[in-house]
Design a protein around this ligand. Structure first.
Ligand code: G1P
Length: 309
């Protein structure tokens, strides 16, 4: 069965950013700089690199700075052009090379599942990716591309799986999984996919108490969904925390027949992942990506070495 290729990405960005107060009192957390660009630009770049051409940001009334970042600023462009600052001009126009960005507001913050449901009209009857901007994936990690290829071969939905400790597992979706043999499943030739990297999900629960953690695998912020998730989200009851949970929706897809868009697989995250919605995770992203930056990296390394830690 040849599956439709995925062109749409959905980026839920309506959250209040309470974990990062006071920095996020007046600035969306997605706009906090990671080295020299806002966190949201890494997500847009990742989506573009994986072949997505259309991104819908699920926004809120306090997030207009995100739309502004992906828009033209004619007087700044003119000023940079006149003063010959071509590198900076290219940097502010970089958004033009990224997937086309749209946005829609969530209205009431009723949970991640409710946020993703706001994409229904825009995405239509197509498979689509969801990228949670708090999860910053290392720019060289081809995770999303691998997930999209698995979806093309197997259909259904594909989620990212992160190896975590039982304590950490209580903060995520927790999955019960069965390994998939790559050759047998027709996945053997996907570049970068290792033998222990693909699983079938049997069950998933949102933020379980520690004695109910299902495995070492947590479902984290990259998903490729069959549109069959929309009718499920439409009628889904609130779950953990009284919110409409995305995890509860794809938990139901596990039992839907493949011909109706069901079945959920997981691809293990092998690259580095940073939780930039968390103060420590954000600092780790800054240090790691700062040290790797072609311009600042060498001097930053020297500076840290001089601190003699
Ligand atoms: C959300 C999801 C959770 C997922 C996590 C990944 O939780 O509900 O299933 O594991 O993102 O970062 P949040 O971190 O928004 O509470």
């Amino acid at each position: 069965m040849v599956q439709k290729s995925v062109t749409h990405g959905v980026v839920p960005a309506a959250g209040r950013g309470t974990r990062f107060l006071p920095a996020t009192k007046a600035i969306p957390k997605e706009m906090l700089p990671v080295v020299d660009r806002p966190a949201i630009e890494y997500v847009a770049q990742e989506a573009t690199d994986a072949g997505l051409t259309d991104l819908l940001i699920i926004s809120s009334s306090t997030k207009h700075a995100i739309d502004d970042h992906f828009d033209a600023v004619p007087d700044l462009e003119d000023a940079l052009a006149t003063s010959g600052k071509t590198e900076l001009l290219e940097a502010i126009n970089h958004y033009q090379s990224l997937a086309r960005i749209h946005s829609v507001r969530q209205g009431h913050p009723k949970g991640l599942g409710h946020a993703v449901y706001q994409a229904r009209q825009h995405v239509g009857d197509q498979p689509f990716a969801v990228l949670l901007p708090d999860d910053l994936m290392h720019p060289e990690d081809p995770l999303l591309r691998k997930m999209l290829e698995v979806r093309e071969r197997l259909g259904g939905s594909v989620v990212a799986l992160l190896e975590v400790t039982p304590e950490q597992a209580t903060a995520y979706g927790s999955a019960d999984v069965t390994p998939v043999a790559l050759d047998k499943a027709g996945l053997g030739d996907i570049e970068g996919l290792g033998e222990d990297d693909v699983y079938r999900l049997n069950r998933v629960v949102e933020k379980p108490p520690i004695d109910q953690v299902l495995s070492k695998y947590a479902t984290v912020g990259r998903y490729v969904f069959d549109p069959a998730i929309f009718p499920i989200l439409e009628t889904l009851e609130p779950g953990r925390g009284g919110e409409i949970q995305l995890t509860d929706a794809f938990a139901k897809l596990i039992d839907v027949p493949a011909e109706e868009g069901g079945g959920v697989h997981g691809v293990v995250v092998r690259g580095r992942r940073f939780d930039t919605g968390d103060k420590l995770g954000y600092l780790q992203a800054l240090v790691t990506l700062g040290l790797e930056h072609p311009t600042f990296g060498p001097e930053l390394r020297q500076y840290i070495e001089q601190m003699g830690l």
